[in-house]
Design a protein around this ligand. Structure first.
Ligand SMILES: C[S@@+](CC[C@H](N)C(=O)[O-])C[C@H]1O[C@@H](n2cnc3c(N)ncnc32)[C@H](O)[C@@H]1O
Length: 220
Protein backbone atom coordinates (compact mmCIF):
# COMPACT_ATOMS: atom_id res chain seq x y z
CA UNK A 1 0.00 0.00 0.00
CA UNK A 2 1.32 3.44 -0.96
CA UNK A 3 0.21 6.59 0.83
CA UNK A 4 0.48 10.02 -0.76
CA UNK A 5 2.63 12.31 1.41
CA UNK A 6 3.58 15.98 1.19
CA UNK A 7 7.33 16.79 1.21
CA UNK A 8 9.03 19.99 2.39
CA UNK A 9 9.21 21.68 -1.04
CA UNK A 10 5.45 21.31 -1.53
CA UNK A 11 5.70 18.36 -3.93
CA UNK A 12 4.21 14.97 -3.08
CA UNK A 13 5.78 11.57 -2.74
CA UNK A 14 4.46 8.11 -1.92
CA UNK A 15 5.13 6.25 1.30
CA UNK A 16 5.53 2.53 0.70
CA UNK A 17 4.13 0.76 3.76
CA UNK A 18 5.69 -2.61 2.92
CA UNK A 19 9.22 -1.22 2.66
CA UNK A 20 8.60 1.50 5.28
CA UNK A 21 10.08 4.29 3.20
CA UNK A 22 9.17 7.20 0.92
CA UNK A 23 9.83 7.09 -2.83
CA UNK A 24 11.69 10.43 -2.57
CA UNK A 25 13.34 12.66 0.01
CA UNK A 26 10.89 14.03 2.56
CA UNK A 27 12.92 17.25 2.35
CA UNK A 28 11.58 17.74 -1.19
CA UNK A 29 10.77 15.17 -3.87
CA UNK A 30 10.96 17.58 -6.80
CA UNK A 31 14.11 19.26 -5.51
CA UNK A 32 15.85 15.91 -5.04
CA UNK A 33 14.92 14.69 -8.51
CA UNK A 34 16.24 17.86 -10.16
CA UNK A 35 19.37 18.12 -8.01
CA UNK A 36 20.59 14.52 -8.14
CA UNK A 37 19.41 13.20 -11.46
CA UNK A 38 19.02 16.24 -13.74
CA UNK A 39 21.72 18.64 -12.48
CA UNK A 40 24.40 16.11 -11.48
CA UNK A 41 23.49 13.42 -14.01
CA UNK A 42 21.71 14.47 -17.18
CA UNK A 43 23.24 17.95 -17.56
CA UNK A 44 26.71 16.54 -16.90
CA UNK A 45 26.35 13.98 -19.70
CA UNK A 46 24.53 16.39 -22.04
CA UNK A 47 27.53 18.74 -21.91
CA UNK A 48 29.28 16.30 -24.29
CA UNK A 49 26.60 14.44 -26.24
CA UNK A 50 23.11 14.93 -27.66
CA UNK A 51 22.00 11.26 -27.79
CA UNK A 52 21.81 9.76 -24.33
CA UNK A 53 20.70 6.35 -23.13
CA UNK A 54 19.58 6.22 -19.52
CA UNK A 55 18.99 3.26 -17.20
CA UNK A 56 16.99 4.11 -14.11
CA UNK A 57 16.81 1.69 -11.21
CA UNK A 58 13.35 2.13 -9.79
CA UNK A 59 10.99 3.93 -12.24
CA UNK A 60 8.40 4.33 -9.46
CA UNK A 61 6.18 7.38 -9.94
CA UNK A 62 8.07 8.52 -13.06
CA UNK A 63 9.18 11.81 -11.49
CA UNK A 64 12.80 11.46 -12.63
CA UNK A 65 11.56 10.47 -16.06
CA UNK A 66 9.26 13.50 -16.35
CA UNK A 67 12.08 15.87 -15.36
CA UNK A 68 14.37 14.15 -17.87
CA UNK A 69 11.86 14.28 -20.72
CA UNK A 70 11.14 17.95 -20.09
CA UNK A 71 14.85 18.81 -20.15
CA UNK A 72 15.55 16.60 -23.18
CA UNK A 73 12.78 18.21 -25.26
CA UNK A 74 13.80 21.75 -24.23
CA UNK A 75 17.46 21.07 -25.08
CA UNK A 76 16.89 18.99 -28.23
CA UNK A 77 18.47 15.90 -26.72
CA UNK A 78 17.50 12.43 -27.94
CA UNK A 79 16.92 10.19 -24.94
CA UNK A 80 16.35 6.45 -24.75
CA UNK A 81 15.09 5.85 -21.22
CA UNK A 82 14.87 2.43 -19.61
CA UNK A 83 13.23 2.55 -16.19
CA UNK A 84 13.46 -0.83 -14.44
CA UNK A 85 10.61 -1.46 -12.07
CA UNK A 86 9.91 -4.58 -10.02
CA UNK A 87 6.54 -3.31 -8.73
CA UNK A 88 4.95 -1.01 -11.32
CA UNK A 89 2.40 1.43 -9.95
CA UNK A 90 -1.07 1.87 -11.40
CA UNK A 91 -1.53 4.92 -13.63
CA UNK A 92 -3.95 6.23 -10.99
CA UNK A 93 -1.09 6.29 -8.47
CA UNK A 94 1.09 8.27 -10.88
CA UNK A 95 -1.76 10.75 -11.38
CA UNK A 96 -2.30 11.07 -7.62
CA UNK A 97 1.20 12.57 -7.20
CA UNK A 98 0.18 15.82 -8.90
CA UNK A 99 3.43 15.83 -10.91
CA UNK A 100 1.46 16.95 -13.98
CA UNK A 101 1.73 20.52 -12.61
CA UNK A 102 5.53 20.54 -12.93
CA UNK A 103 5.79 19.78 -16.67
CA UNK A 104 4.18 21.08 -19.87
CA UNK A 105 0.93 19.35 -20.78
CA UNK A 106 2.39 17.49 -23.78
CA UNK A 107 5.11 15.97 -21.59
CA UNK A 108 2.61 14.67 -19.02
CA UNK A 109 0.18 13.45 -21.71
CA UNK A 110 2.93 11.54 -23.49
CA UNK A 111 3.62 9.61 -20.27
CA UNK A 112 -0.02 9.11 -19.34
CA UNK A 113 -0.93 7.85 -22.83
CA UNK A 114 2.02 5.49 -23.16
CA UNK A 115 2.75 4.23 -19.63
CA UNK A 116 0.98 0.87 -19.98
CA UNK A 117 2.52 0.19 -23.39
CA UNK A 118 5.99 1.12 -22.12
CA UNK A 119 5.61 -1.64 -19.51
CA UNK A 120 5.42 -4.11 -22.42
CA UNK A 121 7.91 -2.76 -24.99
CA UNK A 122 9.88 0.39 -25.89
CA UNK A 123 7.59 3.25 -27.02
CA UNK A 124 8.37 6.52 -28.81
CA UNK A 125 6.61 9.17 -26.69
CA UNK A 126 7.67 12.23 -28.65
CA UNK A 127 10.09 12.59 -31.60
CA UNK A 128 13.49 11.31 -30.43
CA UNK A 129 12.19 10.32 -27.00
CA UNK A 130 11.86 6.62 -26.19
CA UNK A 131 10.69 4.97 -22.99
CA UNK A 132 10.60 1.39 -21.80
CA UNK A 133 9.77 0.18 -18.30
CA UNK A 134 10.92 -3.41 -17.99
CA UNK A 135 8.79 -5.08 -15.32
CA UNK A 136 11.58 -7.04 -13.67
CA UNK A 137 13.81 -7.06 -10.61
CA UNK A 138 17.29 -5.64 -11.05
CA UNK A 139 19.02 -8.95 -10.26
CA UNK A 140 17.09 -10.66 -13.10
CA UNK A 141 17.65 -7.89 -15.64
CA UNK A 142 19.97 -8.49 -18.60
CA UNK A 143 20.49 -6.05 -21.43
CA UNK A 144 22.15 -6.38 -24.81
CA UNK A 145 22.48 -2.56 -24.84
CA UNK A 146 24.77 -0.50 -22.65
CA UNK A 147 23.95 2.94 -21.30
CA UNK A 148 25.51 6.40 -21.00
CA UNK A 149 23.93 7.20 -17.65
CA UNK A 150 22.55 5.28 -14.67
CA UNK A 151 20.10 6.89 -12.25
CA UNK A 152 20.42 4.67 -9.18
CA UNK A 153 17.23 5.47 -7.26
CA UNK A 154 16.64 2.37 -5.14
CA UNK A 155 15.15 2.54 -1.65
CA UNK A 156 17.83 3.18 0.96
CA UNK A 157 20.31 0.64 2.27
CA UNK A 158 18.51 0.68 5.66
CA UNK A 159 15.25 -0.45 4.05
CA UNK A 160 16.44 -2.52 1.09
CA UNK A 161 20.05 -3.61 1.74
CA UNK A 162 20.03 -6.14 -1.10
CA UNK A 163 19.84 -3.21 -3.58
CA UNK A 164 23.24 -1.97 -2.33
CA UNK A 165 25.21 -5.24 -2.17
CA UNK A 166 28.57 -5.39 -3.95
CA UNK A 167 27.10 -7.97 -6.36
CA UNK A 168 24.10 -5.85 -7.41
CA UNK A 169 26.25 -2.73 -7.81
CA UNK A 170 28.71 -4.71 -10.00
CA UNK A 171 25.75 -6.07 -12.01
CA UNK A 172 24.42 -2.51 -12.54
CA UNK A 173 27.87 -1.16 -13.46
CA UNK A 174 28.15 -3.80 -16.18
CA UNK A 175 25.36 -1.99 -18.08
CA UNK A 176 27.32 1.27 -18.37
CA UNK A 177 29.48 2.14 -21.37
CA UNK A 178 33.11 3.11 -20.78
CA UNK A 179 33.00 6.80 -19.86
CA UNK A 180 29.45 6.36 -18.58
CA UNK A 181 28.07 8.13 -15.51
CA UNK A 182 26.42 6.68 -12.38
CA UNK A 183 24.52 9.04 -10.06
CA UNK A 184 22.72 8.40 -6.82
CA UNK A 185 21.41 10.39 -3.87
CA UNK A 186 23.34 8.18 -1.42
CA UNK A 187 27.00 8.03 -0.51
CA UNK A 188 28.59 5.42 1.75
CA UNK A 189 32.10 4.02 2.07
CA UNK A 190 30.82 0.63 0.93
CA UNK A 191 29.26 2.07 -2.23
CA UNK A 192 32.41 4.04 -3.06
CA UNK A 193 34.56 0.92 -2.64
CA UNK A 194 32.17 -1.14 -4.77
CA UNK A 195 32.29 1.41 -7.60
CA UNK A 196 36.06 1.79 -7.40
CA UNK A 197 36.53 -1.97 -7.58
CA UNK A 198 34.46 -1.90 -10.80
CA UNK A 199 36.84 0.65 -12.34
CA UNK A 200 35.04 3.90 -11.49
CA UNK A 201 36.34 7.27 -10.40
CA UNK A 202 34.21 8.86 -7.69
CA UNK A 203 33.09 12.44 -7.10
CA UNK A 204 31.44 13.61 -3.89
CA UNK A 205 28.99 16.38 -4.76
CA UNK A 206 26.80 18.53 -2.50
CA UNK A 207 23.63 16.58 -1.75
CA UNK A 208 20.03 17.61 -2.30
CA UNK A 209 18.53 19.57 0.63
CA UNK A 210 18.56 17.33 3.70
CA UNK A 211 21.65 15.39 2.56
CA UNK A 212 25.20 16.67 2.90
CA UNK A 213 26.64 14.77 -0.06
CA UNK A 214 25.71 12.65 -3.05
CA UNK A 215 27.77 10.48 -5.36
CA UNK A 216 28.68 10.59 -9.04
CA UNK A 217 30.85 7.88 -10.53
CA UNK A 218 32.49 7.69 -13.95
CA UNK A 219 33.39 4.37 -15.56
CA UNK A 220 36.92 4.38 -16.91
C1 LIG B 1 13.11 5.16 -4.20
S1 LIG B 1 11.87 4.46 -5.20
C2 LIG B 1 12.20 5.17 -6.79
C3 LIG B 1 11.48 6.45 -7.07
C4 LIG B 1 11.38 6.74 -8.53
N1 LIG B 1 12.64 6.93 -9.18
C5 LIG B 1 10.45 7.92 -8.74
O1 LIG B 1 10.88 8.94 -9.33
O2 LIG B 1 9.31 7.81 -8.32
C6 LIG B 1 12.53 2.81 -5.49
C7 LIG B 1 11.84 2.03 -6.57
O3 LIG B 1 12.53 0.79 -6.77
C8 LIG B 1 11.57 -0.23 -7.01
N2 LIG B 1 12.19 -1.51 -6.68
C9 LIG B 1 12.24 -2.14 -5.48
N3 LIG B 1 12.94 -3.29 -5.58
C10 LIG B 1 13.36 -3.38 -6.85
C11 LIG B 1 14.13 -4.35 -7.56
N4 LIG B 1 14.61 -5.45 -6.96
N5 LIG B 1 14.36 -4.16 -8.88
C12 LIG B 1 13.85 -3.04 -9.51
N6 LIG B 1 13.12 -2.10 -8.88
C13 LIG B 1 12.88 -2.25 -7.57
C14 LIG B 1 10.42 0.16 -6.10
O4 LIG B 1 9.22 -0.45 -6.50
C15 LIG B 1 10.40 1.67 -6.26
O5 LIG B 1 9.59 2.06 -7.34
Amino acid sequence: MNIITLTADGSNTLFNETIGEHYHSKHGALQESKHVFIEAGLKHVAANQREISILEIGFGTGLNFLMTLEYAVAQNLEVKYTGLEAFPLEMEALKSTGYQQYVPENIWNSLENNYLNALKAPVTLLPGQELSIPHITLDQYQSPATFDLVYYDAFSVQHQPEMWSDEIIAHTCSFLKPGGTFVTYAITGKLKRALKSNGFTIEKLPGAPGKREMLRGTKL
